[in-house]
Design a protein around this ligand. Structure first.
Ligand code: NAD
Ligand code: MG
Length: 393
């Protein structure tokens, strides 16, 4: 019986994780759940899974959840804030931690799971983008296991030979090919992009996801963050990570070998496949995902991404090349710009402009300590907030 903590259990990945766990009650025990402020969703999850601990990042909602648990006689202990998240990421009863908080808020608890030597099932790509070196060192130094949940990286992991940690040339791999759907605006006339709304940006053609990652998919910053993520996970450089548009989202990514072989992982676009893979690894188990019907899919298309339409992809590569805290600046600027877009305080096309301005205007430092990373994150947030306010004024 493996104990599982889910960081971000009320979100899209969290709910899918509980769905998979619910199919294997004899093999996994839900030790802890966490959410931000959605107390109703968390209360329902607590009633169903009766975890030992539940964390609400927001203290006010933690109080309310505590009252509901007490009234119902539920034995779940309610914790709060970042300290609570770090506690449940490192509990002795927890073997596996699903890191599915969105954005920079996931960094400290995900790092706590790595430092506690857990199996870290990483959905929270922003943590790795911010502090890839520190995070990978923590995994190595504390004997943690790192399994990618992001569908592309999970696919690459499945196609990689053993020993890839030593670098791609050592195992005969030439390059990684990340697939990208192109999001909802792949064919939208460029002049119409200026006026697209948050709901249009969140209407992803193939995947149902949280709103932040949905906007990232529309700008293709999601793929930019994934290029950075791939560099850290697979010990390579951004020039060895290519991006191919593949509108059907059936091939989740590929690995090209020096002998000309290309291995791909295919499946229906459903996050329960990578989640079940990471939970069961190195074995396999049912995820609830329907079998892929290739005759139904009928065709697989590929295109080169349009650099003019998707400038965020190049911004991410530029930040990875610059190194140090550049990727933390990239991530923070993107989070603030996307939040402003979702709240109607910035236009869709402001997103890449705000990120480019932050990368140009803030000097990168070596990313050799958590303090340096968090300082860069704070500086970039402040920088973009001020620009958004100035524009709105
Ligand atoms: P979501 O918005 O649906 O859920 C986010 C979760 O994080 C929720 O439980 C929310 O309560 C919690 N949360 C938000 N802010 C918080 C804070 N400040 N402190 C603590 N908890 C907080 O997002 P999602 O789509 O599930 O994505 C989660 C992560 O997984 C993201 O990093 C995303 O990039 C990654 N990811 C998601 C998908 C997908 O299909 N949804 C695919 C690949 C990667
Ligand atoms: Mg992905």
């Amino acid at each position: 019986m493996k104990g599982v903590t889910i960081l971000g259990s009320t979100g899209s990945i969290g709910v899918n994780t509980l769905d998979v766990l619910g199919r294997h009650p004899g093999q996994y025990r839900v030790v802890a759940l966490s959410g931000n402020s959605n107390v109703d969703a968390m209360w329902e999850q607590c009633r169903r899974f009766v975890p030992a601990c539940a964390v609400m990042a927001d203290p006010g909602t933690a109080r309310e959840l505590r009252q509901r648990c007490a009234q119902a006689g539920l034995r779940t202990e309610v914790l709060e804030g970042v300290a609570g998240l770090e506690t449940v990421a490192s509990l002795p009863e927890t073997d596996y931690v699903m890191a599915a908080i969105v954005g920079a808020s996931g960094l400290l608890p995900t790092l706590a799971a790595a430092r506690a030597g857990k199996r870290v099932m990483l959905a929270n790509k922003e943590a790795l983008v911010m502090s890839g070196r520190l995070f990978m060192e923590a995994v190595r130094d504390h004997g943690a296991e790192l399994l990618p949940i992001d569908s592309e990286h999970n696919a690459v992991f499945q196609c990689m030979p053993p020993g890839f940690e030593r670098g791609l040339p050592a195992v005969g791999v030439r390059r990684i090919l990340l697939t990208a759907s192109g999001g909802p605006f792949r064919r939208t006339p460029l002049k119409e992009l200026a006026a697209v709304t948050p709901d249009q940006a969140c209407a992803h053609p193939n995947w149902v996801m949280g709103r932040k990652i949905s906007v990232d998919s529309a700008t293709m910053m999601n793929k930019g963050l994934e290029v950075v993520e791939a560099c850290w996970l697979f010990n390579t450089t951004q020039d060895k990570v290519d991006v191919v548009l593949h509108p059907q989202s059936v091939i989740h990514s590929m690995v090209e070998y020096v002998d000309g072989s290309v291995l791909a992982q295919l499946g229906n676009p459903d996050m329960r496949t990578p989640i079940a893979h990471a939970l069961a690894w190195p074995h396999r188990m049912d995820s609830g995902v329907a079998a892929l019907d290739l005759l139904d899919v009928a065709r697989l298309d590929f295109e080169r991404p349009d650099a003019q339409r998707f400038p965020c992809l190049q911004l991410a590569r530029q930040a990875m090349i610059a190194g140090g805290t550049s990727t933390a600046i990239l991530n923070a600027a993107n989070e603030v710009a996307v939040a402003a877009f979702l709240e109607g305080r910035a236009a869709f096309l402001d997103i890449p402009q705000l990120i480019a301005a932050a990368l140009d205007g803030i000097a990168a430092e070596p990313a050799d300590s958590l303090d340096a990373v968090l300082a860069a994150d704070a500086t970039a947030r402040d920088f973009v907030h001020k620009r958004v306010e100035r524009k709105a004024a």
